[in-house]
Design a protein around this ligand. Sequence first.
Ligand SMILES: [Fe+2]
Ligand SMILES: [Fe+2]
Length: 155
Amino acid sequence: MKSSGNRTTDNLQAAFAGESMANRKYLYFAKIARKLGNEEIAKLFEETAHQETGHAFAHLELLYPSNEMTVEKVLELAIEGELYETNQMYPEFERIALEEGRIDAVDEFREQAAESKEHAGIFEKAAKRFKALTLVEKYHADRYQKALDKLQESA
Ligand SMILES: [Fe+2]
Ligand SMILES: [Fe+2]
């Protein structure tokens, strides 16, 4: 994760990362506990995982205040994140894994870089569609307003 230049923002990013990781980790632990036949512990992990999602969302609300967000903005943020993974994070991780002879990790980083690229492409397409749709809607709204103005002029 890139530094934002503001320590509290960076801490919110780190706290968000930690809570998000706890969520996925506990779901994974729940799967393990269930596989090992311990339903009670599996459920405990699942319930706690659910609460960690709430904690992560609370941090997100401060990082990306929902009243400041638009569809364009969230798509833009998503594209930025996926491209960071594709072009910076995974290539660097792959390079280090290669250096350390961790071929299992090299393969995983490579695969996930490709998937991040795919996600970026899907979000980019959605952003373009959204932009086109907004233009069409604006065209219709303008035309409607003109017709309305004309009607009022003649009244
Ligand atoms: Fe938590
Ligand atoms: Fe992704």
